[in-house]
Design a protein around this ligand. Sequence first.
Ligand SMILES: [Zn+2]
Length: 429
Amino acid sequence: MYKNLPRMHSIVLATLLLAVSSDSLAQTHIIHAGRLIEPVTGRVLERQTILVKDGLIVSVAPTRPNDAPNASTVTDLSLYTVMPGFIDAHTHLTIDEKSQDPLSELQHTAAQRAYSAIPNARAVLMAGFTTVRDLGSYRALVDVALRDAINQGDVVGPRMLVAGAYITMTGGSGSVSGFAPDVTLPWDLRFGTANSPTEVRERVRALVSQRVDVIKVFATGAVLTHNSNPLAREATPEELVAAVDEARNFGLKVAAHAHNAEGIKNAVRAGVASIEHGSLLDDEGRALMKEHGTYLVPTLEVHDCIGSNYPDEFIQKSRALRVAQAENFHKAVLAGVKIAFGTDIGVCPFGQNPLEFAHMVKNGMTPMQAIQSATVNGADLLGLSARVGSLEPGKAADIIAVRTDPLKDIHALEHVSFVMKQGVVYRHD
Ligand SMILES: [Zn+2]
């Protein structure tokens, strides 16, 4: 009997929380913000009141005394800095952060990957990330299932855009490799394999039919793949053009993993929406990205997490790229290349997404620019500007708060105290 008490207690608590959450969706909710960051204009407003109803922002206006129409729930964040929920444009919520070798995919079923992603999704939301673009799952379509479970309210997590699988050449950087050649992979560990423009189109169509939101292609080799060279081109220019054309036909954008300069430029010329990592971006590549309006998603923090638990091959490749990647990111900031926040989370532990902000500031961004990269810019890259990325009437009530001023110390963003997604409060410390 006594043994069951803590468990019963948590069930009661969970039920109460659920009741509060669904109430707040139906009712109006008032948030008094001490300071409010407006990423669209880069302004900071003092003492603002946000009115939320049915999951959407109704108004944002200066706080007036006794401001609580037909009161609803009131949340006092007058000692906090409030801003839109963050967007991480490069996550892998279905990666197992504890087994950092793609070969571990052979030891886990798709069901195991799906269940182990549940705490990952929660941790990322609790860190203040209300929207993510999840750029690939080794086990194809596990991310689609996770997105749907979150949308149905079965799992707590951020709003997800998902890629479904990696479009990659045989043995390429998006594949599970490094096993004996007489091993045949199951269908869902090779779902995105394509070796010609025709096959790329066919794979994009297969992914579209499985309701993915974005297409992820590999223009060059990778750090975290066996026998893959980040300095080598992988997808050909023709394959990249095929991916972009076919995706565009279905209203989807393409994200291109690319480290070397040639692969980056091939992808930009093909019309991808974003270059992921962009480690060896050169002057010509920067100019091309500006000309095409291509986003750079830098993922700087990953190198901190590629340690002794990784295969030695991965550690060596990470060491060879990290300094150049940070320097070329800095040059991209100075050149005015569009930048969207992305972490590659799954390499670093889930929930450590905000550590990327300090890397961005250390390498040339102002704190406001870093916040803009994770809000208004992320929304633009994801094609969600009408719904998220700023606190304006009609947009989703995705609202977060921190206790200290992130414009004075960017590390403030590593301690998010309040998280609301679509009008529902998930965190209030
Ligand atoms: Zn990635």
